[in-house]
Design a protein around this ligand. Structure first.
Ligand SMILES: *Cc1c(COP(=O)(O)O)cnc(C)c1O
Length: 416
């Protein structure tokens, strides 16, 4: 038996995968795809077959796989120390990274960095900060969080409570705090703003909802509304951060700096789990009085190797002029996507930066079958229902983006 066959037998005996119907997965005829190595936009499986990483390994990868700068930085850090506690201690990579993260925003507004280790915890930290802030600073009636229909803010119970997509709720409903959800800016008029602690939104584009694009200018309006009503504004840039939308952060397209921002997925270039919640000095100051401490955190807070990877990823942004090259790439990506804009089976193409949702016109659920078929054409990606997702790493060349589109089109035509 080949090594990989043995591994796959063990896999089916012992593993349980996220968001995966496990009966089909474990069926004898299903051979799981095992990804064994990667280079740039390319991933290689157990048979040596190559695939383009069409969704940046579930929206995380920024500069490609096995980038020498990031790999070297992690290796160097591991030879120094891999992880130390952030409870009662600090370390150089976390400090250097915090300084660089706050410098990514104009106006010296977001000055405080709270680390955690994934998007859901970055969101939960922000929500807890907002709720506790009002509770101990004279407005305990501000006990409600406002989120948007079809929002997705993560899978832990607290983050899932905010979500507006029933599929991610599992057996739970809302947990431990009050959430009101609205569909649009207009619906805010009906909300009692005096009860709100914080408004949370995925700026520019909702990811898990199927790449749904907000109207231009909406974020600015929302900021104005929050300001007028003294409600905190929190942005979930877990997917949109680190260049994905064409600027370092989506909020910078509308010159909005929020009161709280959560970042994760792309922060380490997609190499290690790390997350950060940035906030203002005003909010931070609300935790300084005796008894007002923020008693919250995780064992792997500010993991040293993760911070080293994040610093290296920011270095690559500079070394390779990533942001400067993005407008041209976004245009090339858009041109390649034109084939879907005129395709009779496509209802809509939604694009922001290097994020695309290609919605298939079909009463049946065909998205998963199309993405399965794309593997035959050398492309890996995952749909959201019937919306096909293409999200190339920012290092993708025009040729690679074109090949991603070609593979997806061949798959689409083979299934329909
Ligand atoms: C992925 C994602 C999250 C959750 O991040 P995890 O690291 O998976 O917990 C939250 N918000 C958005 C917008 C995301 O895309």
């Amino acid at each position: 038996m080949a090594d990989w066959q043995h591994l796959i037998a063990l896999e089916k005996q012992h593993l349980w995968h996220p968001f995966t119907p496990m009966q089909d997965w474990c069926a004898p005829e299903h051979e799981p795809l095992m990804l064994v190595s990667g280079q740039g936009c390319v991933l290689r499986d157990q048979h040596g077959r190559e695939y383009l990483d069409g969704n940046s390994s579930i929206w995380t990868n920024i500069h490609g796989h096995n980038h020498p700068t990031i790999t070297a930085a992690i290796t160097k850090q591991l030879r120094t120390v891999a992880h130390t506690s952030f409870l009662g201690f600090t370390h150089p990579p976390a400090i250097e990274l915090a300084k660089q993260l706050v410098d990514l925003f104009p106006g010296e507004k977001l000055m405080r960095v709270f680390y955690s280790d994934n998007g859901s915890t970055a969101i939960e930290a922000g929500v807890r900060m907002a709720l506790q802030y009002w509770k101990q600073n004279g407005a305990p009636q501000r006990d409600t969080v406002l989120s948007f229909d079809r929002a997705y803010h993560g899978d832990t119970l607290g983050a899932a409570s905010l979500g507006g997509l029933p599929v991610f709720k599992g057996s739970g409903n809302d947990f431990g705090y009050n959430v009101v959800r609205v569909a649009s800016m207009e619906a805010l008029e009906q909300v009692d703003a005096s009860r709100l602690a914080v408004v949370i939104i995925e700026p520019s584009i909702q990811g898990a909802a199927g790449m749904r694009v907000w109207p231009q200018g909406m974020l600015r309006q929302l900021k104005t509304w929050c300001h007028a009503n003294d409600v905190l504004l929190m942005l979930d840039e877990v997917m949109t951060g680190f260049g994905r939308t064409g600027k370092m952060f989506a909020c910078l397209h509308e010159d909005v700096v929020p009161d709280i921002i959560a970042m994760a997925k792309g922060i380490t270039g997609g190499y290690l789990p790390l997350a950060a919640t940035l906030t203002t000095e005003r909010l931070f100051a609300g935790f300084l009085a005796p008894g007002n401490t923020f008693y919250y955190g995780h064992s792997y807070t500010a993991n040293q190797a993760g911070c080293a990877a994040a610093l290296a990823s920011l270095q690559v942004f500079k070394d390779e002029h990533v942001l400067e090259l993005l407008p041209q790439k976004v245009e090339q990506f858009s041109r390649a996507l034109d084939v879907f804009r005129v395709h009779p089976a496509i209802k809509e193409v939604r694009q922001v930066g290097l994020i695309a949702g290609i919605e298939v016109c079909s009463a049946e659920l065909v998205g998963p079958r199309i993405c399965m078929a794309a593997r035959e054409h050398g492309l890996l990606t995952r749909p959201v229902l019937n919306t096909l997702v293409l999200m190339p790493p920012l290092c993708a060349t025009e040729d690679e983006m074109q090949r991603m589109v070609n593979a997806l089109r061949l798959a689409l035509d083979s299934v329909l």
